[in-house]
Ligand binder design. Structure first.
Ligand SMILES: [Ca+2]
Ligand SMILES: [Ca+2]
Ligand SMILES: [Ca+2]
Length: 126
């Protein structure tokens, strides 16, 4: 029979989620750009990052908006919201309202929340 030893285990809850503040946005074609905010909830003591990228829907990159991708970074202790700015192209075509997505992926030091995809609607002005 081996000896039974006791140990005290402390579980530190360091959960934190990264997600969009709002999963939908709307912008007039003539507004120049739309800003989508990404928030960090929970324990912000460690650094975290997440990648983002736009994706075509009925709105297409180069004719309706300018594709954007990159990484949002939070330093240790930073719980501020970060912005993603997507330029909107003011074309001269008469169109219906069109949409594209902004997706969050590959979190480091955090978990993606439920609101990891945002849909942006571009409202025509022609
Ligand atoms: Ca279009
Ligand atoms: Ca226009
Ligand atoms: Ca248009």
């Amino acid at each position: 029979m081996g000896a039974i030893s006791n140990a005290t285990v402390t579980i530190v809850n360091n959960d934190n989620n990264i997600e969009f503040e709002s999963v939908s946005g709307s912008v007039s074609e003539g507004s120049g750009s739309i800003t989508m905010w990404v928030k960090r909830l929970g324990d912000a003591n460690a650094a975290a990052s997440v990648k983002y990228a736009t994706a075509n829907g009925t709105a297409k990159a180069r004719s309706d908006y300018t594709a954007r991708s990159g990484t949002l970074n939070w330093a240790a202790g930073d719980a501020t919201a970060k912005s993603i700015v997507v330029p909107i192209i003011n074309n001269a075509t008469r169109e219906n309202s069109e949409t594209f997505k902004v997706n969050l992926s590959l979190p480091v030091g955090a978990t993606l929340g439920v609101s990891k995809t945002a849909i942006v609607t571009i409202v025509d002005n022609d």
